[in-house]
Design a protein around this ligand. Structure first.
Ligand code: AMP
Ligand code: MG
Length: 701
């Protein structure tokens, strides 16, 4: 546990007017992480944000709690600035000085450019502050950094030399306007220092032993991890504060304490630099926010939802529900990548030869060529530690790095070697039979993106660029439950009115093929209490529950009845055949997919709705089925108003459909090799007309 009860992260803003009413980027976002929950709020003005922080601090002090509050702007300036302004090198004396200069009204109107100009006047030459709208630029505060000279200040703090992407604090305008954020931010934080006195300290200028500790943070330290976890429609700034707060809150208390004491006590420091791995691991430990209980609610009055609308709704409402873990690349087949992977090394790392042959410099014109061969030989794996003299050749073997003086290779089969001489016919192009360094992958390039379900080829690529371990999503555990009094287990004796449970093995098989971990939840009778017990048990063990049967609105439809009674369910009446209503609900924070009982409808609804939804929840992103337009080998008329899926297979270049559309015909499912998807409109398909065929593999199974 962290030594802090609350962790707050603030994305600051130097805006000169209130930010838009509708939550937006580049405004102030505050994340408060406490008791395993993260709350994110949007603030239109700095005054409003400070009000919220004071409320948080007051509540914490009252409850005897400790708070860490991180801000994404520099707390200090390059060494020498504080003493040039105040006469002493204490950065907090500079804070007090800046607070007397800055005027920052409740509506964000402020005098930061004037203050920067006044500060510049304390220095010889021009600068160090720069950047402002062209209309107010002058000799004192230039619009361009390049017009500054002779001010004597260092450009970057030490910490900013370690983080190339960090902007220097002298720059007041455009990209990040870090300088303006610091002037306005420090003045506001000085206000907090005055208000909270000895209960508040500022890291790393002061020992972090107080109930409230302020520190400088930089969410981009975890850029890839944050991008991988950003919600579907979440504003980036919100994701940054939310996830940075979660990461910091999960760092063990002792380690966080060490981190807060590190860094330069004059210039300030960014919390967590050089501890990025710790932060990453902490973020993996942080719980994934659960789906909202109302995530399946439907707008009232909607009767038959078109398939595309239903899919768009699901896509928008669902997000990843699994955390992540680090695994070696060779254990990662079929796992879902949790964060983009950047190539640490180029592939190939050095220029090398694609063939066995002889290497030399430059192309050769038409005609016969004759040259000496040096005694050395280059084979794969050897470091190219010698030079081949101009006009000479070297024996070189496939994959070997090109030694100095070699940029062209001739195939061994195309030369005549006699003793230490080589002869061959031109022409040969300069660079022939060689591969350039990085021609496949450049170092620093993103090789595999977050959300990818890793293939054998991906493992090859990751290995080739030198990646040993990666962050992957925890597997999605999908529980499968059959419901209905009529069901008995295959292989047991069945009474005359009973049928064998066919859906469970089918659904577990589909889930396995989709790359998730199927959990067999067995069978329950049409009995509300038994079903409730099974749901409770399942919610503790799985990430998603898939049921079949009992999902309509009839007397014996206990799945929908129970979910309804729990308060979080919607019956999605979707215009699809085969299919009955889908009961989508939440049970103790776990999403429940209530599929129809008919095996054909259950399978079609799984492929069409559950497969992309499960992919989304597994962190693999939405997966649209991949189909092909092929000539029909059948005739069929359909009415307008619903999407139809027919059991189908390809034979002799045409797609044929199963003789019966009866939704109880399991034999047709087994016969089929995919589905034909007919559009919502009325249609008369004649043999030879193009229709959309989606093979099972197009659904990912
Ligand atoms: P329901 O959705 O419960 O009304 O069931 C519709 C039809 O599907 C009924 O004929 C059920 O007997 C049948 N059914 C329900 N569950 C299964 C199952 N697990 N295996 C085979 N058929 C089932
Ligand atoms: Mg039933």
């Amino acid at each position: 546990m962290s030594g802090f009860d609350r962790v707050i992260v603030v994305d600051w803003s130097a805006s000169k007017a209130p930010s838009p009413k509708v939550p937006s980027a580049d405004a102030i976002w505050i994340a408060v992480q406490a008791g395993g929950q993260t709350t994110c709020t949007y603030h239109r003005t700095r005054a409003d944000a400070i009000g919220t922080l004071c409320a948080e601090f007051d509540a914490a002090i009252l409850a005897g709690q400790r708070v860490l509050a991180g801000f994404d702007f520099p707390f200090g300036y390059p060494a020498g600035f504080a003493s040039a302004v105040t006469g002493i090198s204490d950065p907090l004396a500079l804070w007090a000085d800046l607070a007397t200069r800055i005027k920052d009204a409740d509506d964000n109107a402020n005098n930061r450019f004037e203050v920067a100009g006044d500060l510049n006047r304390l220095f010889p030459g021009v600068g160090p502050f720069w950047g402002c709208p062209a209309a107010i630029a002058d000799d004192v505060l230039p619009a361009k950094g390049s017009t500054r000279h002779g001010h004597g200040m260092i450009e970057r703090r030490k910490i900013e030399t370690l983080i190339a992407s960090a902007q220097p604090c002298w720059k007041l305008y455009t990209t990040g306007s870090v300088g303006s954020q610091a002037l306005l931010g420090i003045a506001r934080l000085q206000g907090l220092r005055e208000r909270y006195g000895a209960t508040l300290s500022v890291a790393p200028f002061q020992a972090p032993d107080t109930p409230i500790v302020l520190a400088e943070v930089y969410p981009s330290l975890l850029a890839a991890e944050i991008a991988a976890r950003q919600g579907v429609d979440e504003i980036k700034d919100r994701a940054q504060v939310r996830l940075t707060a979660q990461a910091l809150a999960s760092v063990p208390g002792k380690q966080l304490d060490v981190m807060l004491r590190e860094g330069d006590t004059e210039e300030g420091w960014i919390l967590g630099v050089d501890h990025e791995d710790t932060l990453r691991v902490s973020l993996e430990r942080a719980p994934v926010p659960p789906l909202k209980n109302d995530c399946f609610a439907l707008p009232p009055g909607v009767h038959w939802t078109p398939v595309d609308k239903a899919l768009a709704e699901l896509r928008q409402r669902l997000g990843p529900v699994v955390g992540s873990e680090t695994v070696p690349v060779n254990m990662a087949l079929n796992r879902v990548l949790a964060a983009d992977v950047i190539a640490p090394r180029a592939h190939p790392p050095l220029p090398n030869t694609a063939v066995d042959g002889y290497g030399f410099a430059g192309g050769k014109a038409e005609g016969v060529h004759d040259m000496p061969v040096i005694a050395a030989q280059m084979a794969a794996g050897r470091t190219p530690d010698f030079e081949v003299p101009s006009g000479s050749a070297v024996r070189i073997l496939t994959g070997a790095a090109l030694p100095g003086g070699v940029d062209t290779v001739i195939l061994q089969e195309d030369v005549q070697r006699t003793g230490d001489r080589l002869s061959f016919h031109g022409p040969i192009k300069a660079g022939a039979n060689t591969r350039a360094a990085g021609e496949d992958v450049e170092a620093g390039a993103c090789v595999v993106s977050a959300g990818r379900r890793l293939t054998p080829a991906d493992l090859a690529l990751l290995s080739a660029v030198g990646v040993g371990t990666i962050s992957v999503r925890a597997p999605l555990r999908v529980g499968v439950l059959s419901t209905g009094d009529e069901l008995v287990a295959p292989g047991s004796d069945a009474g005359p009115g009973q049928i064998y449970d066919a859906n469970r093995p089918m659904l577990l098989g589909l889930i396995d093929r989709l790359g998730h971990v199927g959990v067999d939840l067995g069978h329950v009778n049409d009995d509300r209490a038994a079903l409730l017990g099974r749901f409770d048990d399942a919610a503790a063990r799985v990430d998603v529950i898939v049921t079949s049967g009992g999902a309509s609105a009839g007397d014996e439809d206990h799945v929908s009845a129970l979910l309804n009674a729990s308060g979080h369910m919607a019956l999605w009446r979707i215009a699809i055949k085969p299919g009955r209503p889908l009961a989508l609900g939440m049970w103790q924070g776990v999403p429940v997919f209530g599929l129809p009982g008919n095996p054909v409808a259950a399978m079609v609804c799984t492929l069409v709705f559950a497969a992309p939804a499960l992919a989304q929840m597994a962190g693999a992103g939405w997966s649209a089925p991949q189909g092909f337009d092929v000539p029909a080998g059948f005739e069929k008329r359909k009415k307008a108003g619903r999407r139809e899926f027919l059991r189908a297979r390809m034979r002799n270049g045409r797609v044929e459909v199963f003789q019966s559309e009866g939704s109880g015909r399991i034999s047709g499912l087994s016969w089929a090799e995919g589905l034909v998807e007919l559009p919502d409109e009325a249609l008369h398909v004649r043999p030879g007309d193009p229709v959309r065929f989606i093979p099972w593999s197009g659904f990912g199974v």
